[in-house]
Ligand binder design. Sequence first.
Ligand code: ADP
Length: 593
Amino acid sequence: MSRHIRKKLGENDKAKDAKGTLRRLWNYLSKMKIILYLVILMVFISSAAALLGPFLVGKAIDDYIVTKEASGLVVLITGLIVVYILHSMAVWFQNYWMIGVAQDTVYRLRKDLFHQLHQLSIPFFDKRKHGELMSRVTNDIDNVSATLNSSFIQIISSVLTLVGTVTIMLWLSPLLTLITLTIVPLMVFGMKWITKRTGRLFKQYQHNIGELNGYIEETISGHSIIKTFSREETAIKEFGEKNQRLKTAAYWADTYSGFIPKLMNVLNNLSFAVIAGVGGVFALNGMITIGVIVIFAEYARQFTRPLNELANQYNTLLSAIAGAERVFQILDEEEEAKDEGDAVEIVSVEGKVEFQHVSFSYEKGEPTLKDVSFSIRPGETVALVGPTGAGKTTITNLLSRFYELNEGRIEIDGLNIQTIKRKSLRQQMGFVLQDSFLFQGTIADNIRYGRLNASDEDVKDAAKLANAHTFIEKMPEGYDTMLRADGSGISQGQKQLLSIARAILSNPSILILDEATSSIDTITELKIQDALKRLMKGRTSVVVAHRLNTIRQADQILVLDGGKIIEQGTHDELLKVKGFYHGLYHSQLKESG
Ligand code: ADP
């Protein structure tokens, strides 16, 4: 697509408070104030040199060529060369310094943003799509950087050039200036006419390309379904239609946008003809000199360029401001509440956990937990069971203070958890979650994440306890095998074993387990069960349970429904009651065959 097609602005590209955003961006920029002023100075010099060049040429014609005065001409031409060298140097310096300013600014912006992301609370992340956050850290900041790099200088220099040329032209001949400027409205209308059409066409083009890509993705990932149902013909036909639509849209968008440089050319030539013709008549009447005609011809060419550039920069600038605004919005988000001033550090705990009349809601007016009370003795295992949405995960969220309860009290070893520093509270806890997250790095690094100062031996011992050692040894480079961030290359079950090893290494007093629901082969499943048993031994464990095995062996089972504990007891006790748990157990037994 031609760069002349101006992108139509979507909702996302408009800043709500452009002025405020610019002011804050300026605050970032102003850390490099001195260099920025140097850049502006260079832009002044380069713009002035660009204006001075044609002016000197005109002077040379009038004062020396017409009068055939060679020595003066040599001096003037030397001056002209100096001006052009000065211009090139100023342009080089302004770009060089501006790159520094732009990169330093976005470096600080990126740093603050990343720092802020890690101060934000879990609720903040729960409420947002990860892709969108990623896009802020990467795209929005790139956008700001690109715009600072190019637009800043271009906008200042375009404005200076416009004002400069028109001022000198007016000074030389107000009448010829007015006649030359009649071309401007023609140009503006022409541009408007074309961009209105290209804007629409470009949007259509974007839409069609999105649709086509979506279709390709869908058919590739669903290719086996397509084959099973013998729908290849239909798929090819549908693709053909979308492809045709894209072709048409691209054809017209390119055609129309191709008009822009042509139109500019025609108008430029037109203005040249007008200046030469009208200027010639004026010169014959002695109203102006030949040199002035040359200056005008050159200036007329110079001011179409900045007009064009300002128009091109406008949308880029708006979308960069909108991007910057989105970045600032995150910087303004409230950080995870600070610990109370008198919050205490805990070094180690026995692991007694107590919920006293705890109520909580994510959204006001929609209680998620209602008056939940239970207590776990140190080293005991509690299984939380119940239908999806019953509030099991919420209980673990409150215990780790990812969310703060609304009513009641949670105690660990008799200490209200709200009086404990969050970091030290979480250090007492280990998490083995459904989606065991692995970072890009070696297997050893991934296990060591549980305790950064652990030795290689410790890592290996933890892996052995987690039943992970054997499969790690079989990997091409053993503990040094690189894992990818998307976790490809190892199975779901192996990922779990690694996250168990990680938890073993961190040696927490309280364990929070969210069992995986996904099916895992029987042998790995047995290994996981065995590793979990070892991990849970002697630790207080809160298990969001899906597997019958863990549930049966739990010291205590809490059956939740609708945010309330409806049954409580051991497996055998609960079966005897023949209530909710009894039903759940038998339906699961049936499912697992
Ligand atoms: P379970 O783990 O038993 O499946 P959860 O504790 O995850 O249930 O969820 C309990 C209820 O709270 C559900 O209705 C769920 O939709 C809601 N919920 C869970 N997380 C959030 C959240 N971050 N924001 C708002 N509501 C949530």
